[in-house]
Design a protein around this ligand. Structure first.
Ligand SMILES: Cc1cc2nc3c(=O)[nH]c(=O)nc-3n(C[C@H](O)[C@H](O)[C@H](O)COP(=O)(O)OP(=O)(O)OC[C@H]3O[C@@H](n4cnc5c(N)ncnc54)[C@H](O)[C@@H]3O)c2cc1C
Length: 372
């Protein structure tokens, strides 16, 4: 890949940088609280008004038709400017690529503009009490009815479902079929009759997760994503995006690495120099790796099992960056603040988007060809 940026790409990056410098809000409250969630929703509408909420989407859906390279650069500028994590991330980074790949025109027209403006914030409703790593063990089901389906079951660990508007998840539509078959991907309203959302407190005490209970919740046919009984294939397209590209772009880690270097300089602690350098190089390596992924996709390649390698890398990098910062801070690291918050969240990286133990199994079996 040619890493010299064209004048058009440089102009886009400069525009983004200037806009963010003028608009990024000062320290929004956590999006895992009701007031923080509302404040983040407002920020995402500001982004959408500037047509910067979903730059890689087509212009008809308030995007910029930006290339994946431009999207990566946008993300770098976004985090370098100190802008907050995206409350709509499950929708724009996980569901939207799946809608572009598997949705109908009607679904795209109806759902994407509302997603881009955070009018609908989406929750991922995949995990169940007995189906986390082994997602195909899920028991929630959907039964055919007039004009649609009735969904029943229990989902858990659904990020921001406490405050979100809609959910996407897999339900068993053919109990006779093999485990991975007979599943269908549904979109549903979290405020529909029959839905109960019960918040769960996270490590930091905020209700960032929720359990979702569904009791004969009606979903019309137009909210089936992909073909009936073909949900596993559709879900794997979501999972590859989550692990391999869209959910965690390098910008977030580059910004953290730069802050870590500043912290190290301010502390003047020579003994931790090598760890700081390693973490900084890790962020740069992830950036170059992502450019490689973007090139591969631009040339018609696909995100496949390689996504597991990417996920292992970014999740471990995040922990290393934050552990190094806390060690540098010493006793001050015990105090509440951005490094402490970031550290607590980094601990979840090896779990969400598929645990790292499972990703190692995927790498061993599917990429290295080792026996089970
Ligand atoms: C911050 C955070 C946000 C999340 N957000 C969402 C969300 O929005 N929506 C959603 O649906 N889910 C979400 N999850 C849930 C997450 O996807 C699950 O926690 C994850 O899939 C693991 O499932 P589990 O918790 O049931 O653990 P289990 O599957 O029970 O695993 C327990 C342990 O056993 C290991 N293990 C299991 N099977 C194997 C095996 N075959 N080989 C080796 N080791 C194995 C696992 O790696 C893990 O260490 C989130 C989780 C976190 C931490």
């Amino acid at each position: 890949m040619d890493l010299d940026l064209s004048p058009a790409v440089t102009a886009f990056r400069d525009e983004v940088r200037a806009w963010l410098a003028a608009h990024v809000p000062e320290g929004l409250p956590s999006m895992d609280t009701a007031s923080g969630f509302a404040a983040h929703r407002e920020w995402e509408r500001t982004l959408a008004d500037a047509r910067l909420a979903v730059v890689s989407w087509p212009a008809e859906y308030t995007g910029r038709d930006a290339s994946l390279l431009e999207w990566v650069l946008f993300e770098e500028e976004y985090y370098a400017a100190g802008a907050p994590g995206r409350v709509s991330q499950n929708g724009i980074f996980l569901l939207a690529p799946t809608l572009f790949a598997h949705g109908t025109q009607e679904q795209r027209d109806r759902l994407l503009p509302r997603m881009a403006r955070a009018d609908d914030v989406w929750a991922q409703a995949w995990s169940e009490p007995e189906a986390g790593s082994d997602l195909a063990a899920l028991r929630s089901r959907a039964v055919r009815t007039d004009g649609g389906w009735l969904l029943s079951g229990q989902k858990t660990w659904s990020s921001r479902a406490s405050f979100a508007d809609r959910g996407f998840g897999l339900f068993r539509t053919n109990p006779e079929a093999a485990r991975h078959k007979g599943l269908t991907y549904f979109l549903f309203d979290l405020r529909a009759e029959g839905v109960t959302v019960r918040p769960i407190d996270q490590l930091d005490g905020e209700p960032g997760f929720a359990e979702i209970f569904l009791d004969n919740v009606f979903v019309p046919d137009c909210d089936v994503l992909g073909a009936v009984d073909d949900g596993w294939r559709v879900a794997m397209s979501t999972a590859s995006n989550e692990r391999g590209l869209s959910l965690r772009s390098p910008g977030r880690f580059l910004a953290a690495a730069d802050r870590l270097v500043d912290l190290w300089v301010s502390r003047g602690d020579l003994s931790s120099r090598d760890r700081v350098v390693d973490a900084w190089i890790g962020a740069q390596a992830y950036r170059l790796h992502t450019f490689g992924t973007v090139s591969r996709l631009a040339e018609g390649g696909e995100l496949g099992a390689e996504s597991s390698v990417t996920k292992l890398f970014w999740s471990e990098l995040d922990v290393a960056l934050h552990e190094t910062a806390l060690d540098l801070l010493g006793a001050d690291g015990e105090l509440a603040g951005p490094w402490q918050d970031g550290y607590l969240f980094s601990l979840a990286g090896p779990i969400y988007a598929g645990t790292n133990e499972i990703q190692r199994n995927v790498v061993a079996e599917r990429l290295l060809g080792l026996p089970r």
